[in-house]
Design a protein around this ligand. Structure first.
Ligand code: GAR
Length: 188
């Protein structure tokens, strides 16, 4: 059995899509969800799947060794960042090199890097006048949004789009593709 740990800071719709997709899969399971926010929606979303969630303070995330120990105790094969809004620190990228994947709500390298997350990305896409956006699933290394790209999917930016309407279109793409890509990575 391959075991996934999902890191999430917010609503957790991507975490839910992944958990739902893997229900009944005899080879892959979501072992746990780790968050930096005790009141993130992801905690409640995971209850229906009986997936345990844990919250760690910013100090613990910054230092990272506690996180590495937990992942090792849990025999985690793949770390999936699903709306996780903190930088992944060096002890973690070193211990899990090639085994951390992130989803980013734009077509990297466009609109990536420090400060580019969530609605900031959609605002930047609209401010730039881009006619298309999309999603990028990539490996995580020590550079923010800089790791090897695994998968991208595109959507149009429509006249009159707001950050919210664009985010909705992006979420549809994310929920369709992220669970399948995660499953493929673990099936290789
Ligand atoms: C997703 O759109 C994800 O791509 C983005 O946060 C959202 C989380 O939604 N991630 C980033 O911006 C990371 N740089 P969710 O909590 O509903 O899954």
């Amino acid at each position: 059995m391959k075991r996934i740990a999902i890191f999430a800071s917010g609503s957790g719709t991507n975490a839910e899509a992944i958990a739902r997709h893997l229900v009944g899969n005899p080879n892959i399971e979501v072992a746990c969800v780790l968050s930096n926010r005790a009141n993130a929606g992801v905690h409640q979303r995971m209850q229906q799947f009986n997936i345990p969630t844990h919250t760690f303070s910013n100090d613990v995330w910054r230092e990272a060794h506690t996180i590495v120990e937990l992942l090792q105790q849990e025999h985690i094969d793949l770390v999936v960042l699903a709306g996780f809004m903190r930088k992944i620190e060096a002890p973690l990228t070193a211990a899990y090199a090639g085994r951390i994947v992130n989803i980013h709500p734009s077509l990297l390298p466009r609109h990536g890097g420090p400060g580019m997350y969530g609605h900031h990305v959609h605002e930047a896409v609209l401010d730039a006048g881009d006619t298309e956006s999309g999603i990028t699933i990539h490996y995580v290394d020590e550079q923010i949004d800089g790791g090897e790209i695994i998968f991208q999917a595109r959507c149009e930016v429509c006249p009159g789009d707001t950050p919210d309407s664009l985010a909705d279109r992006i979420h549809i793409l994310e929920h369709r593709h992220f669970p399948v890509v995660v499953e493929e990575i673990l099936s290789r």
